[in-house]
Design a protein around this ligand. Structure first.
Ligand SMILES: [Zn+2]
Length: 319
């Protein structure tokens, strides 16, 4: 089997091609999770990913071929197996014959999904979001406990606002607020994604803004919203929260390496991520013990160089 780049990761076996996370429709494709750059119709995906795509696109009839996590299926001439990627609800790693493609993945036990486990393979195609040695995140359990204490003390003074990605991180934040029994309000489009999590058995106790009412909105609560709502200049309803003294935080792994305090109306930032950092990526590669590694998305060159020098494994960027 050959691994190549054709606008996306592409596996080639004789006359057959299998596309992984393509940006446009392909005859044989697998979409690993429902982040917006992967909303491709007609692909193989997990039932959770399909349900999120339906919620995000508003199309009940969103075409997909559903294969469950830990399920196997023949896709063209490829024997395919999907397993937990630990990134967001329904995110999958793809094993096609003896090649493993991680997609976006995380080995830290997720708050609203499982964790990715290494798998022995001949060829590994791995995402390099935090693939440079300078991208080492602080201990994630410590970050979560700092975030919880900040939320608790903020709620003693009034409401708190958490800004993050709408799908994945936002649902983690709802679950964390639930763990301290704080009332949670979300914009309706985030609420629609929380509904899908609930249907798949993940606790998401939150009220959409359109149904929140004066009593809930008039007492201290957690508003989990999208990051762009905290960007200067903030929309009117966020301004109202802030004028009433609500504390605001931005939650993203990138805050470990960048200060968002000037571009965003926030008091604090928490480096909590749904991706593996550099150390976790290296550990994962070592435990998969592949013969060959291809790096994709992000710090591809840097990661390939580190894998060659530290692990002695043949590695190169695919893009
Ligand atoms: Zn993603």
């Amino acid at each position: 089997m050959k691994v190549l780049w054709d606008g996306a990761v592409c596996l080639e076996k004789g006359p057959e091609r299998l596309y992984l996370d393509p940006k446009r429709r392909r005859p044989q494709a697998i979409v690993t999770h429902a982040h917006l750059d992967h909303m491709v119709e007609g692909a193989v995906m997990t039932p959770q990913t399909r349900d999120i795509m339906v919620a995000r696109s508003g199309r009940e009839d969103f075409p997909a071929r559903v294969v469950p996590l830990d399920g196997r299926s023949a896709v063209g001439g490829f024997e395919v197996e999907l397993s937990e990627a630990g990134h967001v609800l329904g995110s999958a790693m793809v094993k096609a014959d003896d090649t493993l493609y991680t997609g976006d993945f995380n080995t830290f036990t997720g708050i609203t999904c499982g964790a990715a486990a290494p798998r022995k393979c001949d060829t590994l195609v791995i995402e390099a979001t935090y693939g440079s040695p300078r991208f080492v995140l602080p201990d994630q359990e410590g970050v979560v406990s700092d975030l919880l204490s900040w939320m608790e003390s903020g709620l003693e003074e009034g409401s708190v606002i958490l800004g993050s990605y709408e799908f994945g991180k936002a649902q983690d934040l709802v679950a964390l607020a639930n763990s301290i029994r704080a009332p949670v309000v979300v914009p309706d489009r985030i609420g629609a994604i929380c509904d899908v999590y609930r249907r798949h058995g993940v606790t998401q106790d939150c009220t959409p803004l359109s149904r929140a009412g004066d009593v809930l909105l008039g007492s201290p609560h957690v508003l989990v919203t999208s990051r762009r709502e905290l960007k200067h200049p903030v929309p009117e309803h966020i301004g109202r929260y802030r004028r009433k003294g609500a504390a605001a935080a931005f939650v993203s792994g990138w805050t470990a390496f960048m200060n968002y305090g000037n571009s965003h109306d926030i008091d604090v930032q928490f480096p909590f991520s749904n991706h593996c950092d550099f150390n976790r990526i290296m550990d994962f590669v070592e435990r998969c013990s592949p013969r060959k590694v291809y790096t994709v998305h992000g710090s591809c060159e840097a990661l390939a160089a580190e894998i060659r020098s530290r692990l002695g494994i043949d590695a190169e960027p695919l893009e």
